[in-house]
Design a protein around this ligand. Structure first.
Ligand code: TYD
Ligand code: MG
Length: 455
């Protein structure tokens, strides 16, 4: 006999349950009530039988490991961010601002996988099949036979379509447009997104179908809906970039099948997204030689070094407090570096506005760009340009000491490849280097004062 579901509303802040929706919960939170369906539990006898049959723990030592079967997406940069391809049965959330290129990368992936002979189902709640076709004509070339589209927003219909087509790869564009019949709330609401996320997981895991789920997020990344499915999915990828620039960076924030430090770089072109193979070259393309406040820095992202330009501008503040603004770098870290520069290098920055910019839209994580940021500020303050064949890496401590960074030897190799002749780096890294490229000089520095002398 079908069980009757009951609707309740649960506060996301305190967990309080109520039979009706309330604008303000008793805990004081506003708009925190989310619709939920309660399905009565099985009879006691049922559940006892289930417990004895299914709940048999396995010895961890006896659990076999297996190689995850991965599907080649035909896009190396995407494969890399996924940890070596798309794992069968995995759920991947692709988030990004509207218009950044999520549908584009997805249709390109869909066409590549379909071309390899596997069935792909592209469900779009945002565009009609003609619109999808028009984009595919532009970016995919010859459209493969195995690529199916379904303009649909109802999840139960998507389930039926999956049963009919049995796709090897499913795409949902986007989760905010999808709704399940089981809930009365509107598509995009927290309860719908959560319910649809759960159902999609079931479809993916039972059918061993990898699923790409598109989620729109705002610039601050704080749209409540998609956050609620982040814990469900296996990978969370973020697609970012400035809309007026062509460069797009794909980064993974969560990956159950690989590292989260990999990035993928793309250019949005006339014919869709093109992979960027020489990432350092692209970032340094427009660097002006001999400009004050400009320093080349590098980080090690996942499995490769990436070089880019750090710019700083120091100028006299007009009134009141001096401004400190960082684009692409961490503001708190900038404040710390300014304090160290004042105290250890004697720079008078109290009445100076300081702006720092990581050119190209990259947001490097970690602290290995500290020394480059500090030297860029010093260069602008002193009006002294850096030598354009010098690369700077190193973390700065509160005492002004320059600390080791990871993978310095790989960064040097990349510097040599890019034609850089000098690398200023932490002394602790310099003494451990195994092979230094012939055309590269390594300058090891122990603290900020030494680095400034070498500058
Ligand atoms: P789209 O993939 O639709 O973004 P999203 O799904 O993230 O909202 O891409 C949107 C923008 O990309 C669009 O404004 C135009 C640009 N674009 C190109 O420059 N070249 C192309 O080949 C395509 C398909 C889009
Ligand atoms: Mg789209």
């Amino acid at each position: 006999m079908a069980k009757k579901a009951k609707t309740i509303f649960v506060c996301q802040e305190c967990g309080n349950e109520s039979p009706t929706w309330m604008g303000q919960c008793i805990c004081g939170a506003w708009n925190s009530m989310v619709e939920e369906k309660i399905v009565p539990a099985d009879s006691k006898e049922d559940s006892r039988r289930r417990t004895t049959e299914a709940a048999k723990p396995t010895k961890l030592a006896e659990v076999g490991t297996r190689d995850y079967k991965r599907i080649d997406t035909g896009i190396d940069e995407l494969n890399r961010v996924l940890g070596g391809g798309l794992v069968k049965g995995s759920l991947v959330l692709i988030s990004g601002e509207p218009g950044i290129g999520k549908s584009t990368i997805i249709i390109q992936t869909a066409a590549n996988i379909a071309r390899s002979g596997q069935r792909v189902l592209y469900v779009s709640g945002e565009e009609s099949d003609e619109q999808i076709k028009m984009r595919a004509d532009r970016v995919c070339g010859q459209i493969p036979d195995n690529l199916f589209v379904l303009p649909e927003t109802n999840l139960e219909n998507v389930e039926i379509a999956c049963d009919n087509i049995k796709p090897a790869f499913l795409i949902i564009d986007s989760i905010q447009t999808l709704y399940s019949d089981e809930l009365d709330s509107a598509p995009g609401s927290v309860s719908q997104v959560r319910a649809c996320g759960n159902k999609l997981m079931k479809i993916g895991k039972t059918g061993n179908i990898p699923i790409f789920i598109v989620a729109h997020v705002t610039k601050s990344g704080d749209l409540a809906g998609p956050k609620t499915v982040e814990h469900l999915v296996d990978c969370v990828l973020n697609f970012a970039g400035e809309r007026d620039q062509e460069l797009r960076i794909l980064r993974s924030f969560k990956n159950r099948f690989g590292t989260t430090s990999e990035i993928g770089a793309f250019m949005m072109e006339e014919g869709g997204l093109a992979e960027v193979r020489d990432i350092s070259g692209t970032f340094l393309e427009n660097k002006t030689d001999g400009a004050e406040g400009s320093i080349t820095a590098a980080i090690y992202e996942g499995s490769r070094p990436v070089m880019f330009e750090v710019q700083a501008l120091v100028s006299a503040a007009n009134v009141g407090f001096a401004r400190r603004t960082a684009v692409g770098a961490d503001n708190t870290r900038l404040s710390m570096l300014l304090a160290v520069l004042e105290k250890k290098a004697g720079l008078k920055l109290l009445n100076q506005d300081v702006y720092v910019n990581i050119v190209g839209g990259l947001k490097p994580e970690g602290t290995s760009i500290d020394l480059a940021v500090a030297l860029a500020i010093y260069s602008s303050y002193k009006g002294k340009a850096a030598d354009n064949k010098t690369l700077v890496i190193g973390e700065i401590g509160l005492t002004g000491d320059v600390r080791a960074v990871r993978f310095a030897d790989k960064i040097i190799k990349e510097a040599a490849r890019m034609g850089y002749e000098r690398v200023i780096m932490p002394a602790s890294n310099a003494k451990n280097l195994k092979d230094i490229p012939a055309n590269c000089t390594v300058i090891g520095v122990k603290n900020l004062t030494e680095a400034i002398k070498m500058f």
